[in-house]
Design a protein around this ligand. Structure first.
Ligand code: BGC
Length: 528
């Protein structure tokens, strides 16, 4: 065997032995090993020290966001931004045409589309009314993944892709259920659109810029969304009529309000984030309402409003150097600062940027960035969730997972696993604190305008319908968020007339996007 090869095998055996040894010890007691020279020992100690220092820095920096006083001041700052944008922005705080919440009596069978950040669903939804136990049911649903390839489709190609999925679902329903979707009659449908849209009626809205890596807005901004969908379906030989367009935040609010009249807000935290709330018409500038006729204003006191809160927080919520880096490298810098710190699309990327820094400092993975992490957005947030869920002894499961996901030749050391786990927790905990701040500030705005339920002792109660993988599935996220909300309520009660008995409940929803689109169609029919 050639000498060089033998030396390289020996070096790799020693490296593995050292890693196993380090894995099984803590920093304070890293023993020197007989195989190592003093220089090697020192080098390894320095690696570990750099890693521990960075771990502490990340942990401290991210946890400093979770200080309740700081959070309350951010909440007040955000509320001021909400007020300002309610007057003069055409990108956020977008009023819909829904000036009534559902009564819960709306009934019927409707076709609903849910265009999300990572899935597109077509569903046939049945509404029975609030008094019936189930209230609403999905009769049939198809779901298609929106991967990077679909995200990058230009306008006509994207809408054609949607139309082909709708066609497939209708065919399936015809075949299986004797339902007759004839190609001559117009099929009424509701659309949940997980992007901003400037509504021009219940059933129409102008396309606006889209985040989440989508491209189909580039040549369609200002065009009518309903028309884009209808034209794509017509060119495939079937006719649809869009009867309602709602943002996914509004769909979440409407679907839960259909079941529970105490619902005051709908919140999304998945690939992206948003909230929709019932807000007073009087709190908004005239320009927000476009050219809607006088009759609408005579019957509307409050209106379901798509806040697009992802766009808020610039100058209110501080940035770490990793946030700054993410923002600079983003195709739309500063577009959605709140989203860049809190959602499924970005938590993994913040994590990847911190890993890259640790690798650069030669503190992690022997200074070599795993190939699987070289590309931006290559670290899936779902993977962080798995890491934080691991309860195995010494996080052995995490070590195995890191090795396989990152394609490492040798298992990570215990310090490396600890670093990754601590950083992941710090990132997700900060995200839950920021989301709590955003909820608190919007609830507080609603409370100022008497839009929450108040008991005889003056304590208010807000029920927030929640949807999205991060809030519903990320380990401890919802619990942390609720904990931060309780702390904020207590902190706010000191020295103000706000009650420490206020409650903000985070209510998980089920399939809110498709149910919400159906409720929106039913509502648009009753308010015509
Ligand atoms: C979009 C919103 C959407 C939210 C949640 C954001 O990126 O701008 O319109 O509601 O994601 O899906």
């Amino acid at each position: 065997m050639p000498l060089a090869l033998l030396q390289s095998i020996l070096r790799s055996i020693i490296r593995s032995a050292v890693r196993v040894l380090i894995y099984c010890t803590s920093l304070k007691s890293v023993p020197s090993t007989p195989q190592l020279s003093e220089n090697d020992d020192l080098r390894i100690r320095n690696h570990v020290l750099r890693l521990v220092n960075l771990r502490e820095e990340v942990s401290h920096t991210f946890k400093s966001f979770c200080d309740v006083r700081r959070m309350l001041s951010m909440s007040n700052g955000l509320k001021a931004q909400y007020r300002e944008k309610l007057q003069n922005s055409n990108a956020c705080m977008l009023p819909s045409f829904c000036s009534n919440m559902p009564s819960g009596q709306e009934k019927g069978t409707y076709l609903a589309l849910d265009v999300g950040g990572s899935t597109f669903r077509v569903a046939l939804v049945e509404l029975y009314g609030r008094s019936v136990r189930e209230g609403m049911k999905i009769k049939r649903m198809t779901s298609s993944i929106i991967d990077e390839k679909v995200r990058r489709l230009p306008s006509t190609a994207f809408f054609d892709w949607m139309a082909s999925n709708i066609e497939e679902m209708l065919k399936e329903d015809n075949e299986n259920d004797g339902q007759t979707w004839s190609s001559d009659s117009e099929i009424p449908l509701g659309v949940t659109w997980s992007f901003p849209v400037e509504q021009t009626s219940h059933r129409s809205g102008k396309m606006q810029g889209m985040g989440k890596g989508f491209k189909c807005h580039q040549d369609t901004i200002g065009k009518d969304l309903a028309e884009l969908i209808e034209v794509a379906c017509t060119s495939r030989g079937f006719k649809v009529r869009v009867e309602a367009i709602v943002n996914d935040g509004s769909a979440t609010l409407l679907s839960q309000a259909y079941l529970d009249p105490d619902t005051t807000m709908g919140m999304i935290l998945g690939t992206g984030t948003n909230a929709a709330a019932f807000l007073p018409v009087a709190s908004m500038g005239k320009s927000k309402f476009g050219g809607r006729d006088a009759a609408w204003f005579t019957q509307a006191t409050s209106v379901v409003t798509n806040t697009e809160w992802s766009m808020f927080s610039k100058g209110i919520i501080p940035e770490t150097r990793w946030d700054e880096k993410l923002n600079t490298m983003h195709p739309l810098p500063d577009f959605q600062p709140l989203e860049y710190k809190t959602t499924g699309r970005y938590l993994g990327e913040i994590f990847r940027l911190i890993i890259a820094e640790a690798v650069d400092k030669k503190a992690l993975f022997d200074g070599v960035m795993p190939k699987t992490l070289l590309e931006p957005y290559s670290l899936d947030t779902a993977w962080m969730a798995k890491l934080e869920q691991d309860n195995s002894a010494n996080w052995m499961d995490s070590a195995a997972m890191i090795q396989s996901v990152f394609g490492l030749k040798v298992a990570p050391t215990k310090h490396e696993v600890e670093f990754l786990r601590t950083v992941s927790e710090a990132i997700s905990q900060r995200a839950s604190a920021i989301v709590a701040v955003a909820i608190h500030s919007l609830c507080s705005f609603q409370k100022d305008h008497a839009l929450t339920t108040t008991d005889s002792a003056g304590a208010s109660r807000a029920s927030i319908a929640c949807n999205g993988s991060v809030i519903l599935k990320y380990p401890s996220f919802k619990k942390n968020c609720e904990e931060f909300l309780s702390q904020l309520i207590i902190e706010e009660s000191y020295g103000t007339n706000s009650s420490k008995n206020d409650t903000i409940i985070l209510e998980p929803t089920h399939e809110a996007a498709v149910f919400g689109a159906a409720v929106a169609v039913a509502l648009s029919r009753t308010t015509k």
